[in-house]
Design a protein around this ligand. Structure first.
Ligand code: S3P
Length: 450
């Protein structure tokens, strides 16, 4: 967990209000990372639009420049990549600093294990505390040579020049990052690399590999690739990030008299758990104008305020909404009755321990939120209308999604809320405060770095 040594800038929120309007949210973070990675490995020129200009995806972009790829942009979401081919990466001059980004580290760990040169991956305090054994262990059984700290964390020193062999690996945790890292290593392995997940997770890597002409096999819950193929450059239009849209979805549900449309949001079924969970809670959400953009389903999401009720969240939905629980906990606090989440221990290994940190924040705001080993029990508001939360000062612990979730809580608070340590909002959602203000959230920023 980020210890929050530097408090960064603060969101100050006036209580109440409603959300209105029709707008877009920034590009999907997961797809933006993969666009840089696969565009770099492809033969030919890849043009990306809708790229997320957030710190995490930019860390990936800078890393590929350091690996010898010529990349223009980003500017207004546009990036142009001169692919170097699967064998064209060059040794970086120094360590690759991946900041706060777990996706960059776990996917690059797989990809760089198959190169002919050494590399070192580092990150900030939060990333350096996150478990990397889940990716380095299966990579090692493929023949990779990776040195981590004794705790199994970054920095990671990857010795290149190893001959990788394909494996069949059943993942103990449902993780798209691990699955993707292994598939990327599989591009460089002898034979076939197969991965099985305990539950479906986001499949952007598989879809994009196929979009770049690389065959991906699927069989009875297993996904596989064969090493030695090539990727053909392809243009990518990155849809809006449903994980960023989620803050507004919940905000519009809980704030009376709200009505919003979020346009052009990625609604890949491996990402839409948040819509299903909110619908089970009684939300008024409708997907219109469904279409497919570059192999990814996209829609406009219409949301109106509604009376939410507490539910027991089905465990099978957990990996499909894994990044949305901070804001779903806020929805639960505003719902009538109890909400019970189980089977979500993974939340403890995100940018912060999201179970502990959200329980702390909600309790500070007067909510009965009881953390459990693998989830949370939240006693919803006793009243349907009006304020269900108190005001107060809460800490994000350097976690972008905690900061934005607690900001949305102000829509149903009695007094103002101050959210400390909001710098990392820029990792996934640059411009969040401005967009939220335009939509009706009473947010001001102080001590902003940008
Ligand atoms: C991501 C996968 C998820 C998610 C993260 C992005 C990805 O992590 O939490 O924000 O882009 O593959 P895990 O796969 O570790 O659950």
């Amino acid at each position: 967990m980020n210890t929050g040594e530097s408090q960064g800038h603060t969101f100050t929120l006036s209580p109440g209000g409603r959300l209105r309007g029709r707008f877009r949210v920034p590009g999907d973070k997961s797809i933006s990372h993969r666009a840089i990675m696969l565009g770099s490995l492809a033969d030919g020129h890849t043009r990306v639009s809708g790229f997320l200009e957030g710190a995490d995806a930019l860390a990936t972009l800078r890393s590929f420049r350091a690996l010898g790829v010529s990349i223009e942009g980003p500017g207004s979401g546009r990036v142009a990549i001169d692919g170097v081919g699967v064998d064209g990466l060059r040794a970086p001059a120094g360590p690759l600093d991946l900041g706060n980004s777990g996706t960059s580290m776990r996917l690059l760990c797989g990809l760089l294990s198959g190169q002919g040169f050494d590399s070192v991956l580092t990150g900030d305090a939060s990333l350096s505390a996150r478990p990397m054994g889940r990716i380095t262990t299966p990579l090692t059984s493929m023949g990779a040579s990776i040195h981590a700290t004794e705790a199994g964390t970054a920095p990671l020193l990857i010795h290149g020049g190893q001959r990788l062999r394909g494996i069949r690996y059943e993942m103990p945790v449902a993780s798209a990052q691990v699955k993707s890292g292994l598939l990327l290593a599989g591009l460089y392995a002898e034979g076939e690399t197969w991965v099985k997940e305990p539950a479906p997770t986001r499949d952007h890597t598989e879809r994009m590999l196929e979009g770049f002409g690389y065959p991906v096999y699927r069989e009875h819950g297993w996904v596989g690739v064969e090493g030695g193929g090539r990727l053909r450059a392809a243009d990518i239009d990155v849809p809006g990030d449903i994980s960023s849209a989620a803050f507004f979805l919940v905000g519009a549900c809980i704030a009376p008299d709200s009505e919003i449309v979020i346009e052009h949001v990625g609604v890949n079924p491996t990402r839409t758990g948040v819509l299903d969970i909110l619908s089970l809670m009684g939300a008024d959400i409708e997907l219109r104008n469904r279409r497919e953009v570059g192999g990814e389903p996209v829609a406009d999401i219409h949301v109106k305020s509604s009376w939410l009720r507490g539910i027991r969240i089905p465990e099978r939905m957990v990996p499909l909404a894994i990044d949305e629980f901070p804001v779903l906990f806020v929805a639960a606090a505003c719902a009538q009755g109890d909400t019970v989440l189980t089977g979500a221990e993974e939340l403890r290994f995100k940018e912060s321990d999201r179970i502990a940190v959200m329980a702390e924040g909600l309790q500070e705001l007067g909510v009965e939120a009881e953390p459990t080993a693998d989830g949370m029990v939240i006693r919803g508001g006793r009243r349907r209308e009006g304020h269900v939360l108190q005001g107060g000062q809460v800490r994000s612990h350097g976690d972008h999604r905690i900061a934005m979730a607690l900001a949305m809580a102000a829509l149903r608070a009695r007094e103002s809320i101050e959210v400390l340590d909001c710098d990392n909002v820029a990792t996934s959602f640059p411009g969040f405060a401005r967009l939220a203000r335009e939509a009706g959230l009473g947010v001001t920023e102080t001590g902003a770095v940008s």
